[in-house]
Design a protein around this ligand. Structure first.
Ligand code: NAG
Length: 275
């Protein structure tokens, strides 16, 4: 719309009309508006809002093979999602112990509660995980691409490390590695995107809960990710001090260097080395 003198006059007329309206008149308008909305929420919508938008819609969606998470995303409101998709009270319970799969690692397992494993988290913006670390278990350095983590240790002891980001340095200007020995009931925070790890330095179990600021926090193991890059890229990362052909050798070397620390712990705890 062009700002013509006519339009300007209309705007001015509207404004002056609004501001010049007598108090009694605006009061009447206010009451009218109020009673209308009260009527909407108090009577008409109280019944219709409680009803699912489409009766049987979630059954149809389930028949299509959609997961509960997908059905919740397709719900008009949270009310509809609870009424149609999260129908069982048990939909609101997640057992971390039962959700263990045996894990890929020998040192324990970190069990995630995200919107896929626990659909009730969908659209809540929070998630969680429980780390079951056996004696000398090591949750290797990793990042969460979409979440900050608040870790609480409720059993055992761990050595916690975090490298936050470029520019975080110690008094000597060296990149800072924030290391802390955590004991039962200690907690710590890992910033979103930071590289962090937990190593169970004890001969008993270490168990922690991690609250995460995303229902889809995601995990990336730092060494695996870095060494998935092209050989020449990795050679360049190391200042071309190593040949591209030696990168494979280096890939094999990394788990060994991690295992060295674990090995010392195994010796201390008199645990025979597992293959
Ligand atoms: C340590 O954890 C494992 C696996 O969850 C469990 O079977 C074992 O009973 C735990 N040991 C102790 C002493 O709690």
């Amino acid at each position: 719309m062009k700002f013509t003198p006519t339009a300007a006059t209309a705007v001015l007329a509207f404004c002056s009309g609004a501001f010049a309206a007598p108090p009694s008149e605006s009061k009447t308008e206010y009451h009218t508006t109020m009673s209308t909305s009260t009527m909407m929420y108090g009577t008409k919508t109280a019944e219709s809002m409680a009803k699912p938008t489409m009766t049987g819609a979630s059954d149809a969606l389930a028949k299509l093979g959609l997961s509960k998470t997908q059905q919740i995303f397709l719900s008009d409101t949270r009310v509809d999602a609870i009424n149609n998709v999260l129908k069982d009270d048990k939909d609101f319970v997640f057992n971390f112990f039962d959700a263990q799969t045996g894990g890929p690692g020998k040192g324990g397992e970190v069990v995630p509660a995200n919107r896929k494993t626990f659909p009730a988290l969908t659209n809540t913006n929070i998630g969680g995980a429980v780390g079951f670390l056996g004696p000398c278990g090591f949750n290797t350095p990793h990042v969460h691409p979409r979440a900050t983590e608040f870790l609480f240790l409720f059993e055992g002891e761990i050595m916690s490390e975090m490298v936050p980001e470029n520019g975080v340095v110690d008094a000597n200007g060296k990149r800072r590695d924030i290391r802390n020995k955590l004991e039962k009931f200690d907690s710590t925070v890992y910033f979103q995107g930071s590289i962090h790890s937990q190593f169970n330095t004890g001969c008993g179990n270490a168990t922690f809960f991690a609250a995460l600021s995303s229902e889809d926090f995601g995990v990336g193991q730092a060494a695996d990710e870095l060494f998935s890059l092209d050989d020449d890229t990795i050679a360049a990362v190391f200042g071309n001090n190593i040949d591209g052909a030696r990168v494979d050798e280096l890939r094999g070397f990394i788990p060994e260097s991690v295992a060295l620390g674990v090995e010392q712990c195994l010796k201390k705890c008199n645990i025979p080395k597992r293959k």
